[in-house]
Design a protein around this ligand. Structure first.
Ligand SMILES: Cc1cc2nc3c(=O)[nH]c(=O)nc-3n(C[C@H](O)[C@H](O)[C@H](O)COP(=O)(O)O)c2cc1C
Length: 188
């Protein structure tokens, strides 16, 4: 099989057409300091058992701490958390300075204003080129009680959904089936 040369700029531009939400993935390091990084490569993976995945670059210091602790929290960012996202997307030593956070009952650092939090243990790690694919087993879930909107990332920039899209869509039998049933022809 041949591997055609893929231009890095074209790769980024084309993949940037895929709009995602943004998370900050956190843990405590071995000195009990909170650490974390901005991560768009997050996805739901399996309902039974409950699994999610994210992809850290192999040089991420946050990943090194997560690998050590074996646990992490996925914080789903709200539209107002752009600045916070920029800080967690940098290599600043103390990214939590000025970021309101608390320790969860499962002893993980949680960002106070996240739209949702998903606490996990590391289930398995797969090689993914210059990244790893980390599969996490979900241990606890929380959802914000406010009707905040998610922060989005599209074509290398932050963006958001339309203001009127704050309430969940009305219940639909076809989608409910899609989101809660595992069959050979549905992915979740
Ligand atoms: C919007 C956004 C999305 C990002 N998504 C990822 C990602 O999916 N995987 C990754 O390894 N880094 C991602 N990064 C870059 C990391 O957040 C950044 O390299 C990280 O802060 C490295 O710091 P660390 O060494 O402290 O972990 C993203 C950055 C931003 C701003």
């Amino acid at each position: 099989m041949t591997h055609p040369e893929i231009d890095a700029r074209a790769f980024r531009n084309v993949l940037g057409q895929f709009c995602t939400g943004i998370t900050v993935i956190t843990t405590f390091d071995d000195a009990d300091a909170p650490v974390g990084f901005a991560c768009q490569s997050f996805a739901a993976l399996s309902l039974d058992p409950p699994l999610i995945l994210f992809c850290p670059t192999k040089t991420s210091r946050s990943w090194a701490a997560i690998e050590q602790s074996g646990r992490f929290c996925v914080n789903v960012l709200a539209e107002e958390q752009r600045e916070l996202c920029a800080r967690f997307g940098s290599r600043e030593p103390d990214k939590f300075a000025g970021a309101p956070w608390h320790t969860s009952p499962l002893t993980l650092p949680v960002l106070d204003d996240a739209l949702a939090t998903i606490e996990c243990t590391v289930d398995s790690v797969v090689d993914g080129g210059d990244h790893y694919i980390v599969i996490g087993r979900v241990q606890a879930l929380t959802e914000s009680t406010t009707t905040g909107r998610p922060l989005l990332f599209y074509r290398g920039q932050y963006t958001a959904i339309e203001p009127d899209k704050t309430t969940p869509a009305p219940w639909r039998a076809d989608l409910d089936h899609f989101l809660t049933t595992t069959t050979l022809d549905t992915w979740l």
